[in-house]
Design a protein around this ligand. Structure first.
Ligand SMILES: NC(=O)c1ccc[n+]([C@@H]2O[C@H](COP(=O)([O-])OP(=O)(O)OC[C@H]3O[C@@H](n4cnc5c(N)ncnc54)[C@H](O)[C@@H]3O)[C@@H](O)[C@H]2O)c1
Length: 330
């Protein structure tokens, strides 16, 4: 299989590239390096610098690959903006990059006869779920522009694939964290809003304090419960998903989560076993549901996918990657 990974210089995309190459597949990456980094791209993947909003850039990568003897079998899309508060302040930027980017990509795929797409969606499409465990057929009611750009993209993908006899594999992720076993790649960004990197930035001194927002939720210890998946487990699902839609000539949509939740206090306790860091209790933030867990039975049934790594693996690998990055910079 040959994959064109758009956004393959970013956090999750770069891990997908590593897993594709480990599984013996051929990979090309297209990325505008807006948040991604050239050095995150695996040495065995060909790199095309370009923008998903620019049809000529996508066509250059697709035609460049075909000219090498084997056309692209599947496109994987990771090229989105994903900072929720930023999406509230700059919705037009988000709709442009995330939705128009998908439209241009689909149009280019149709024109070049590429019939398979793997797309990164998010738990944010569910909004504030009525129950603790999200199922794929639940109501979709995003509460911020970021989530809405992903829902709009999902809908566009379904319509376009139906009209042009194409296959899609849409994955909805929950909390993704950790770093590749090689420690060559990990979460490089400084601007983060997620629990594990916020904790580890505090551990390595890039942040003065870690805040727990709210201890009066209806959960066993009063802090919010979330579902954490190691990025390499998530990346492996993309390989399985692409192989599945190609082999079976079909489309799928699955949650990717661990199916079990950890509270913020439990994650803090687990992280403190690795290193100490300062913690302050703060007021609840608006819009944080008490419990958000993925039901990933569908991914298990269809793809045989289950996360292999534990919360401890997630925390340890993120910390080791950060320490290595600091040592490199020093
Ligand atoms: N990180 C998470 O926890 C999480 C959770 C749910 C869903 N997702 C989804 O996963 C995908 C990847 O997220 P990530 O955490 O790896 O983000 P990231 O910012 O690290 O990666 C995005 C990559 O896409 C590139 N890119 C962005 N806009 C582009 C454009 N117009 N043209 C070409 N390249 C462009 C960036 O340079 C970067 O390399 C996104 O679609 C995101 O919505 C992420």
């Amino acid at each position: 299989m040959k994959a064109l990974v758009i956004g393959g210089a970013g956090y999750i995309g770069s891990h997908a590239v590593y897993e594709l190459i480990r599984a013996g597949h051929e990979v090309a990456v297209l990325d505008n390096l807006s948040t991604g980094k050239r050095e995150m791209v695996h040495r065995d993947a060909r790199f095309y610098e370009g923008d998903i909003l620019n049809k000529t850039d996508i066509a250059r990568a697709i035609e460049g690959e075909a000219a090498l003897g084997r056309p692209v079998d599947v496109v994987m899309h990771f090229a989105a903006k994903l900072i929720v508060p930023e999406s509230v302040e700059q919705p037009l930027e988000y709709y442009h990059n995330n939705v128009e980017g998908v439209r241009v990509m689909l149009e280019t795929m149709v024109e070049h006869g590429i019939g398979n797409l793997v797309f990164s969606s998010t738990a944010a499409v569910y909004g504030e779920p009525e129950h603790d465990e999200c199922l794929e057929d639940d109501d979709l009611m995003p509460i911020n522009p970021y989530g809405d750009t992903k829902l709009a993209s999902e809908k566009m993908i379904k319509w376009v694939c139906a009209a042009h006899d194409m296959n899609y594999c849409i994955f909805r992720y929950f909390n993704v964290a950790g770093a590749d076993d090689s420690l060559e790649i990990g979460l490089e960004k400084d601007q983060v809003t997620w629990l594990v990197p916020l904790i580890m930035q505090t551990v390595v001194g890039e942040r003065d304090m870690f805040y727990i927002f709210g201890t009066d939720y209806e959960t066993p210890d009063g802090t919010c419960v979330r579902d954490y998946v190691h990025v390499s487990d998530l990346a492996r699902a993309h390989v399985l998903g692409a192989e599945y839609i190609l082999e079976n000539d079909t489309s799928i949509l699955c949650n990717l989560g661990s199916g079990s939740g950890y509270s913020v206090a439990e994650v803090v306790t687990a992280a403190k076993k690795l290193a100490d860091f300062p913690v302050t209790i703060a007021e609840r933030r608006a819009g944080d549901p008490a419990k958000l867990i993925a039901n990933s039975d569908r991914a298990k049934e269809i793809l045989g996918w289950m996360p292999k790594r534990t919360l401890d693996d997630i925390l340890r690998s993120d910390l080791e990657f950060r320490r290595r990055r600091q040592a490199r910079k020093a």
